[in-house]
Design a protein around this ligand. Structure first.
Ligand code: NAD
Length: 252
């Protein structure tokens, strides 16, 4: 690990050790090392292949079959993905009381698979889908099965309207759990922002609630200038070093 990164890990560990209420805010970058592409990484992000319009609610309503046609590859990758060291270390930090909650923009469920318990999924999850007509809720398993059988779009067995995965598309209101995330951010005296470009609103307002910001991201973010520590690297090895540092230097 480069010297400046190692120094940053020490500073981040010191902040974390002092904090009384640290929370993590994560984005798609924490799951790229599990094989799930993010939106904005140059060369590999989904934006390089898919029009951002595809992720809007208007586009879903206009052509739900196309949404599933274009989305099914991503859904399949997410279904098979396994947590990496970032998810596992965050679960461990939570278990040790060093992180009180994980607010995630991700829809992949990998924090929970990695052992975390208090996970606030502010953009929903791919666990279930709901009918856009009657609101009837079903498991995403059956929806994916229908898509693989060529049923596009999968429809509600009650009213026949299309089923939409329970994820927040651009143009949709935030779910009630966002209020809970706001309260967590207000309580926090330290926020770690991990693997997010911080370009999606209103999630990108949450880091404003703490003066003790730790940013872990491969590329610069809009919050770097106000962060106490910026760790510019891949999240999995950085998080593993952070845990090692907390154990070795603070016995935590
Ligand atoms: P984003 O694509 O805008 O930003 C991801 C950031 O992570 C980039 O700045 C990139 O440089 C960085 N990054 C990528 N891999 C990294 C790594 N291994 N280590 C360190 N940094 C890395 O994603 P975002 O900020 O989360 O916001 C976009 C939206 O993407 C969110 O609303 C989220 O719902 C959605 N999304 C989620 C998933 C998922 O659930 N895994 C996947 C794609 C998109």
């Amino acid at each position: 690990m480069a010297e400046h990164l190692a120094r940053g890990v020490k500073e981040a560990a010191a902040l974390l050790a002092q904090a009384e209420y640290c929370i993590a805010l994560t984005g798609a970058g924490v799951s790229t090392e599990s094989g799930i592409p993010d939106f904005r990484s140059p060369g590999s992000g989904l934006w390089t292949r898919l029009d951002p319009m595809f992720f809007t609610i208007e586009s879903f309503k206009a052509d739900p079959a196309q949404f599933y046609r274009l989305g099914q590859e991503l859904f399949a990758v997410i279904k098979e993905a396994e947590p990496n060291d970032t998810h596992i270390v965050l679960g461990e930090l939570e278990k040790r009381g060093l992180v009180k909650a994980i607010i995630t923009q991700n829809i992949d469920g990998l924090h929970q698979k990695g052992g975390a318990r208090r996970v606030l999924e502010i953009h929903g999850s791919l666990e279930s889908a709901s009918c856009i007509g009657c609101g009837c809720r079903v498991s995403m398993e059956g929806v994916i099965g229908a898509v693989l059988d060529g049923i596009l779009p999968p429809r509600c067995s009650r009213c026949g309207d299309p089923l939409k995965p329970d994820i927040i598309l651009f143009g949709e209101a935030m779910p009630p759990v966002y209020q809970e995330a706001l309260l967590e951010a207000e309580k926090a005296d330290c926020i770690m922002v991990i693997g997010s470009s911080m370009q999606v609103s209103p999630a990108n307002l949450l880091p404003r609630y703490s003066e003790n910001l730790i940013i872990i991201n491969r590329e610069p973010t809009v919050y770097d200038s106000r962060a106490r520590v910026v760790l510019r690297g891949n999240t999995a090895p950085v998080m593993r070093s952070l845990l090692d540092e907390l154990e070795l230097c603070y016995g935590l």
